[in-house]
Design a protein around this ligand. Structure first.
Ligand code: PMP
Length: 461
């Protein structure tokens, strides 16, 4: 036993040293990492749990990066990957080549997607999907003889990825500071102003809404609007009733394409197969990634509605866009199996049921903790906020990072969550466990949150 532990420890130390020396991590503070090494080195997982190299077990309360929807250690996904890899691990989709898993998945996506989003352009992830959606929008308008329609409107607090175009559409300041790379012609509207988007100019917030930007810039210069149905990394912001419908109407009124960024929301996360279904909205283009394969393979795509595809397929030269891994057979085989399991095991229904359990837990926390407020959950995309005085909305002193404190307390208790920022500071806690979670496990998460917020309130209130 002693040997075992010391073996694990030395293995961990060695990995830490190698990591510090050779591995530049994404969205991590390089200086801290180079000095201190990784916070934790994951080794294995099962269901909602992950273990690190020391054998410590954690609840994965954010499905890693909101993507491991079927949970860890799903053997059927591993099996199908092995089978496809043994048969044909990779093949090109360029120059007219095709493969069966990519075709079968395309058909499956068409059958699942709302409305007539019946074709797909494959990518390897969410950023590539959004860049592709922007390019396809501009290209579509060019083919329609409206090449001046190039501008993209996103909304504030959005996260759309980190490739240069997607990063420009992202509206979290942290991501804009990196390297100064941006494309031009991207605008950020004030979010979730339903009345303004419906055209109510007497609304004091009208200036800076999407409609206002369209009017000022001219609809004949705007290619597309991009929106996450529920904003994820920007703070788990749920649109008010009528908002997405109002934006859909606005896009129709002005001849602008509506891109739904379903990278987090898609494939059951919000208690419906796609996030937009919660509001009965059908976009023109839909970016997907993450949950399409539960993170077991790197895959994304843009779903395209028929009338756009009809225009694109008239083009008789090379569509000069594509990634080496577009239509990757192994990735597509894994995604097909992932969707099969989602449907077979009624995971979307479980997500909805577990949303109610999570909401009940939030009510308990709200009653008990004076700092806890603004909880929300659409399926298992959830969060809450912490305030010094929740009734007046007074935030904590800027030297305190309440959500980071609570998330750290949860981490000590073996629950991994994510701290996000609002416009009053770092005070949002995001929760998005694997969709296979059960009631007992939701209760375990709530109990850990309860203890963690208690410690936080003792320290800072
Ligand atoms: N869109 C949304 C809504 C996302 O949450 C993310 C990733 N968190 C992306 C796009 C980018 O996806 P990727 O990291 O796979 O490029």
């Amino acid at each position: 036993m002693t040997d075992q532990l010391s073996f694990k420890h030395s293995k961990h130390s060695e990995l830490e040293e190698l990591d510090k020396k050779h591995y530049l991590h994404p969205t991590t503070i390089p200086k801290t990492h180079a000095e201190q090494g990784p916070k934790l080195t994951f080794a294995e997982g099962e269901g909602i749990y992950v273990r690190d190299v020391n054998g410590e077990k954690y609840i994965d309360g954010l499905s890693m990066l909101w993507n491991v929807n079927l949970g860890h250690g799903q053997q059927e996904l591993a099996d199908v990957a092995k089978e496809q890899m043994s048969k044909l691990a990779f093949s090109s989709s360029f120059a007219g080549y095709s493969n069966e898993p990519a075709v079968r998945l395309a058909e499956k996506l068409a059958s699942l997607a709302p409305g007539d989003l019946n074709s797909v352009f494959y990518t390897s992830g969410g950023s590539e999907s959004n860049d592709t959606a922007f390019k396809l929008s501009r290209f579509y308008w060019t083919l329609k003889g409206k090449s001046e329609k190039t501008k993209i409107i996103g909304i504030k607090q959005a996260y759309h990825g980190v490739t240069i175009a997607a990063q420009t559409a992202t509206s979290i300041p942290l991501f804009h500071d990196f390297s100064g790379s941006k494309i031009s012609e991207v605008f950020h509207a004030n979010p979730h102003l339903t009345n303004c988007e419906r055209g109510d100019k007497s609304d004091p917030n009208y200036e800076g809404c999407i409609r206002d930007i369209v009017e000022k810039e001219g609809a004949d210069t705007i290619a597309a609007v991009i929106i996450e149905p529920v904003q994820g990394s920007g703070g788990v912001h749920v649109p008010p009733e009528g908002y997405l419908e109002a934006v859909r109407d606005l896009c129709d009124e002005f001849g602008i394409l509506f891109i739904a960024d379903e990278v987090i929301c898609g494939f059951g996360r919000t208690g419906t197969m796609f996030g937009v279904e919660n509001w009965g909205v059908v976009p023109d283009l839909m970016s997907v990634a993450k949950g399409i394969s539960s993170g077991y393979s790197q895959l994304g795509g843009v779903l395209i509605k028929e009338s756009i595809r009809d225009v694109l397929v008239q083009y008789d030269q090379v569509l000069a866009h594509g990634f080496t891994y577009s239509g990757h057979p192994t990735a597509c085989a894994v995604a097909l199996k992932n969707i099969e399991i989602l449907e077979r095991d009624q995971i979307v229904a479980n997500t909805k049921n577990m949303e109610y359990e999570l909401r009940a837990g939030f009510e308990y926390l709200q009653d008990k903790h004076p700092t806890f407020t603004k909880s929300r959950a659409v399926g298992l995309l959830a969060g809450f906020e912490l305030y010094a005085d929740r009734d007046s909305g007074k935030p904590f002193d800027s030297t305190i990072l309440p959500s980071a404190e609570v998330v750290e307390e949860c981490f000590k208790r073996k629950l991994i969550l994510r701290a996000l920022s609002s416009n009053v500071g770092r005070n949002i806690v995001a929760i998005a466990p694997p969709l296979i979670i059960n009631k007992q496990q939701i209760d375990d998460m709530i109990n850990i949150l309860d203890d963690s917020i208690t410690v936080f309130e003792k320290k800072f209130c």
